[in-house]
Write a protein that binds this ligand. Structure first.
Ligand SMILES: [Zn+2]
Length: 332
């Protein structure tokens, strides 16, 4: 048993309370490798933003859960080296799918876990979530739960259709489970193809898809039911078209990749939404950088030369999200 507190990590409780009061959201960035983690920590340290490091099932399969946890521990020390005296870093399990997995993360030093039982019938979702909460809270680890179903594909989490969260369920759910935050479904979606062309309109000038707006009426109704309760948005990448265009012009093939417009996320960040998950955007930044370097310098074979540029691209992206979209800069 290792407490996250020994590792210099923090849970989400105070962070979320401040974010709701202050009208901003905490960035939750997924990480799978060293370059991505360096970029996240540099961006957070330089902007003095609290940050949530997320470990998904795909990341655990790719990089190994043990290694990722030690990397997060190293990230705290790295942040201090960068001059961030008291780093506000959360290590969070993204989409935990069983009590055993959540328990193993709590026992191993994670400061926050998500139990995603949103695909189960309502009462089973409550029972499993409550079981995780009861365990995690003994160690002051915070728990995110989910109500409603997001469309899209995220690692091994996928669903063809979305079901908006039912606002009439949230009070009962939050009260009976004791969860610390709630991920809701209001039209965000996992992956880089958040909407089919049929769901969108097309900008006549650029030919680019224009996505349907988020269901802010559902968010408002949830906030009315649960005033001041921390709300989480998954699947909130914006799929920057500059990266998509760069990738496509350099031999890639990402037709009609589309995300959530940043102005809608900015609006959400000012509400009770206090955690916004962004993963696909950094994948796009990484891929655009690698394609660019290898196209411009076909003789390059030192991975540091293209992974280094990828790291710069990602750091730039993270800073932009922190400062221009979530408003979390200067809050840590
Ligand atoms: Zn998610």
């Amino acid at each position: 048993m290792v407490s996250f507190k020994e590792l210099g990590l923090v849970n989400t409780r105070e962070m979320f309370a401040k974010a709701i009061k202050g009208g901003y959201a905490i960035p939750a960035f997924n990480f799978n490798n060293m370059e991505q983690l360096q970029a996240i920590i540099k961006a957070a340290a330089e902007t003095k933003s609290p940050v949530i490091l997320q470990v998904s099932k795909g990341a655990r399969n790719y990089a190994n859960q043990t290694l990722l946890r030690y990397m997060a521990q190293g990230a705290v020390e790295y942040a201090k080296e960068l001059g961030w005296e008291k780093p506000q870093i959360v290590l969070h399990l993204d989409h935990g799918d069983s009590f055993e997995l959540c328990k193993s993360c709590v026992d191993f030093g994670f400061s926050s876990v998500m139990i995603d039982a949103s695909h189960l019938p309502y009462e089973e979702n409550i029972a499993l979530t409550k079981k995780v909460v009861d365990y995690a809270h003994q160690f002051d680890v915070t728990v995110e739960a989910e109500l409603g179903v997001l469309a899209g594909v995220e690692d091994e989490v996928s669903s063809a259709v979305s079901h908006y969260t039912k606002p009439e369920e949230v009070v009962d759910f939050a009260t009976r489970t004791g969860c610390d935050s709630l991920a809701i479904s209001i039209g965000t979606s996992h992956g880089a193809y958040k909407f089919t062309p049929e769901q969108c309109t097309r900008d006549p000038k650029t030919g680019k898809l224009v996505p349907p707006p988020l269901a802010f009426d559902v968010l408002d109704a949830v906030m009315e039911q649960l005033p001041g309760f921390p709300i989480v948005l998954h699947g909130s990448s914006s799929v920057p078209q500059e990266y998509v265009d760069m990738i496509n012009s350099l031999g890639g093939k990402l037709p009609d990749a589309i995300g959530i417009p940043e102005e809608q996320l900015r609006k959400a960040a000012k509400s009770a939404v206090c955690k916004i998950n962004i993963d696909s955007d950094s994948r796009l930044a990484f891929t655009a950088a690698v394609r660019k370097v290898l196209t411009e310098k076909p003789g390059e074979f030192d991975p540091r030369k293209y992974c280094g540029v990828a790291r710069d691209f990602m750091e730039e992206l993270y800073k932009h999200k922190i400062i221009d979209v979530l408003g979390s800069d200067g809050k840590a």
